[in-house]
Ligand binder design. Structure first.
Ligand code: UT7
Length: 330
């Protein structure tokens, strides 16, 4: 038990302007609008321009979140960015954001947990708030997966889009109804090779061969991931509910990772939560990896679906393999 409680002060998001539709993809690989819709629920996705890097999307999402939070820039104590497609292997995208925001003398670091990155970042931020080290933390999920996509592989290239979602996580004052109730993160490194970017690290440094073999792009065994996704998002969500003496019926909203509408429906079914309580925007954005959860949450708040005091469960799953959930009263 920490000294304080943490809360979500506000969310923000940003997606690049360019849209790629299923029909556009039909012209690029052997696929069909019908296959993509029925197998994934996706209709279109946003794609970053040649000039846009992760920090450009993250900066816009951060501005939106900070504005909505009414926290002053100078009050931010820490920046955490969850990404697997940052501007550079190093320095971290979080340090670039710190500079773009004109902030100095605050720590900034990235977290690599694939599509679970935002959930991991919330878990870490919560610890800093609860033990009194930080009062306001900027947490961002940002991804430009389309720049590490093999555009000749129909198994993966139809799935991803680019976006960023951000949140300001703050100390919850005693009078606040808003509170992060609990978080749970988990991993199973034995399954890491089902979803990875094989080259570009110290195992397989960049070479002409790795580029020719498309090893700098996303490799995914979709079927294996599919089954794990439902099982693990359910496991972390169920544990959070149980250890806080809550049942799925107590939830106002579930905001799951937007990787596949069939996964989302199967999770809702397993949790016995009606789809009317599940936030879905996969049709507009595709899978934006670590950005899906904060992006969907931000949209639902701005459209006045999620209101202050609502109990929400954020849950995700991704490379590592990693998974986790956040239970919060907004
Ligand atoms: O966010 C990180 C975590 N990622 C995920 O959670 C992704 C989880 N996995 C999935 O969402 C699904 O497994 C996919 C959407 C990736 C694939 O759906 P699936 O129902 O598992 O399809 P499949 O991989 O079993 O493939 C079925 C068929 C295959 O053809 P054959 O071998 O049966 O003739 C594929 O070649 O569908 C074919 N296929 C396609 N056909 C048209 C695969 N991709 C496409 C495509 N268009 N884009």
């Amino acid at each position: 038990m920490g000294l304080y409680f943490a809360k979500f002060s506000a969310f923000g998001s940003y997606a690049p302007a360019k849209i790629l539709t299923n029909q556009d993809l039909e012209k690029m690989v052997d696929t069909s609008d019908e296959w993509i819709r029925t197998r994934t629920g996706m209709v279109e996705r946003h794609i970053a321009s040649k000039e846009e890097a992760a920090s450009d999307l993250a900066y816009q999402a951060a501005l939106n979140a900070i504005e909505a939070s009414q926290v002053r820039y100078k009050e931010i104590d820490l920046i955490i960015v969850a990404t697997i497609s940052g501007d550079y292997p190093f320095p971290s995208t979080a340090c670039i954001i710190q500079h773009k925001l004109g902030l100095k003398n605050i720590p900034a670091f990235d977290i690599s947990a694939g599509c679970t990155g935002f959930i991991y970042a919330c878990d870490v931020a919560r610890q800093y708030i609860e033990n009194g080290i930080a009062r306001h933390i900027l947490v961002i999920g940002v991804e430009i997966v389309t720049k590490i996509t093999n555009w000749t592989d129909r198994n993966t290239c139809v799935l991803f889009g680019d976006a960023s979602g951000a949140a300001v996580i703050s100390r919850s004052e005693p009078t606040d109804i808003s509170r992060i109730i609990d978080t749970k993160i988990d991993a199973d490194g034995s399954q890491g090779n089902f979803l990875m970017q094989a080259a570009g690290g110290s195992r397989l440094p960049a070479s002409h061969e790795t580029v020719d073999a498309n090893q700098h792009t996303v490799y995914m065994e979709g079927n294996r991931i599919f089954k794990n996704a439902i099982k693990s998002m359910y496991a972390s969500s169920d544990e959070l509910l149980r250890r806080n003496n809550l049942s799925p019926a107590d939830l106002d909203w579930v905001i799951p990772h937007q990787a596949n509408l069939r996964i989302i429906k199967a999770l809702a079914d397993k949790m016995k939560v009606p789809m009317s309580k599940v936030i879905v925007n996969i049709q507009k954005y595709g899978n934006t990896s670590s950005a899906t959860v904060p992006l969907a949450t931000d949209e639902a708040i701005r459209s006045k679906k999620i209101r202050r005091g609502d109990i929400m469960l954020l849950t995700s799953f991704g490379a590592g393999l990693t998974w986790g959930s956040v239970l919060a009263r907004y």
